[in-house]
Design a protein. Sequence first.
Length: 184
Amino acid sequence: MRWESLFADLESQLNAVRARERTVEIQEMVRIERSQLRLWDHLAGQLGTELIVDLLGGHRLRGMLQHVGVNWLSLREGPAEYLVVDAGIRSLEIAGHRAAVAEESTVRRRVSLGAALRSLVRDRARVTVWAVDGALLGTGTLDHAGADHLRLALHPVDGYRREAEVRSVALLPLVSVAALRHET
């Protein structure tokens, strides 16, 4: 009788040690999986939530997360939409306590910054462009989105791209662009 009790106790201790080891192993696997999660994958699981974006130049943007592409995101704030480039972001704050769900979308991964900018060019969108240092690069209409630059016809943001209204044309290196705002 005494031996059975001793063996039962040893067996329960062994099972407890195995359960703790299994828990530690699962926790480590979760940490490894999370360590491979990119910022953009994390954000893709937050579509439709309120996001606060602090830009390197000191501007603070707040809006509903609409799209997440390859190294860019878009926010909607009322009638305005912001296209924010990763190089201009200081920090991101997700409003509320919604759990992150990583989303690996091959379509979303293919939507490059260039494709998003070309859609603004195609729509003849009137934009305001800020630099990574916070400076206003200009207001006007995007004429062209090149591989490494934007061509912006400078005119008042409430005007249209007409020869009489265009003051000049600015060539903006993409590395200097933090965010664009356009009214929808």
